[in-house]
Design a protein around this ligand. Structure first.
Ligand code: ZN
Length: 166
């Protein structure tokens, strides 16, 4: 496994729609492993492949004890509403208020190319929405409830439950 450099906001690849993966092979499994290692080291709760310079529809998400990796993820259901602070590993040092669905069902391929469905709520739902936005070229700063909510933070001042780094 290897730590990958995380691209920041100015990188054009973060604004491009990533391509679908046609086959989940060893190169995709290696990408997933490297993304997980990079996310955990950051530390972050999620990472999309284009954040590490690969324009493919691959995401990883980790909250509490659960680790998910999904290839070609799609939102099949999104219900309810949550408003909370969000941050991004590609926009270090900033958080802002973003409205998201409270519960989602996401479908995609696992590391063996098998179709899986994952249900999530709260932080997990927020992380999935944030990462699927990434592979569509969308950043959380595009979705702020108001520009006034964007603020600079020191990492140690962030309270638990806020999505900082995804
Ligand atoms: Zn992000």
């Amino acid at each position: 496994m290897a730590l990958l450099p995380i691209l920041t906001q100015e990188a054009p690849i973060l604004r491009q729609k990533a391509k679908r993966v046609t086959r989940v092979d060893d190169s995709i499994r290696k990408l997933i492993d490297d993304m997980v290692e990079t996310m955990v080291a950051a530390p972050g709760v999620g990472l999309a492949a284009n954040q590490v310079g690969v324009a493919l529809r691959v995401i990883v998400v980790k909250t509490d004890a659960n680790l998910y990796s999904l290839v070609n993820p799609e939102m099949v259901k999104a219900t309810g509403e949550q408003v909370g602070l969000e941050g991004c590993l590609s926009i270090p040092g900033y958080v802002g208020e973003v409205k998201r669905a409270q519960r989602v069902v996401v479908r995609g391929l696992n590391r063996h190319g098998k179709t899986v469905r994952i249900k999530g709520d709260d932080l997990l739902a927020r992380a999935f929405q944030h990462e699927i936005d990434h592979i569509n070229g969308v950043l959380f700063i595009d979705r702020l409830t108001s520009l006034d909510t964007l603020r600079k933070v020191e990492p140690e001042s962030v309270t638990e439950g806020e999505l900082v780094g995804a």
